[in-house]
Design a protein around this ligand. Structure first.
Ligand SMILES: [Zn+2]
Ligand SMILES: [Zn+2]
Length: 134
């Protein structure tokens, strides 16, 4: 099964071959600050399984060995690599899939750094649209 995806503006496109090794929702503060979101979904692949088919990414060193690869035009975060901690691995931000339903999330990780209210976020009132319509 091949996954396709890309950034918001369309300048970057990628393909991932085969099964994702895992899909985790990360609550670490680096992910949160980098994405500007309360958590980030990551699917893990062997590095060789992922090909950038359009455009050129820019990389940001978010820690000593961690690199966050994003679209230089629209800023969408796409990949994470860490040659020291995760050699041979590339993580894809799963919400950039063309079909984000394709690989369901399997775990929450780094919950030691989770924002307190995120633990029960799924229990909040839910509205089909915002602002709510009658
Ligand atoms: Zn873009
Ligand atoms: Zn993280």
């Amino acid at each position: 099964m091949a996954i396709t995806g890309g950034c918001h503006c369309g300048a970057i496109r990628y393909e991932a071959e085969g099964e994702a090794l895992t899909h985790a929702l990360c609550h670490c503060s680096d992910c949160r600050r980098s994405a500007g979101a309360p958590m980030v979904g990551w699917t893990m692949y062997p590095k060789d399984a992922v090909t950038v088919t359009k455009g050129t990414l820019k990389a940001y060193a978010s820690s000593e060995h961690g690199r966050r690869h994003f679209c230089p035009d629209c800023g969408t975060g796409l990949f994470y690599t860490n040659l020291k901690m995760l050699p041979g691995i590339i993580d894809i931000q799963s919400a950039t899939y063309d079909d984000p339903e394709a690989v369901p999330a399997r775990a929450h990780i780094q919950v030691a750094e989770r924002i307190g209210w995120m633990e029960h976020a799924h229990e909040l009132p839910a509205f089909e649209r915002y602002p709510p319509r009658k």
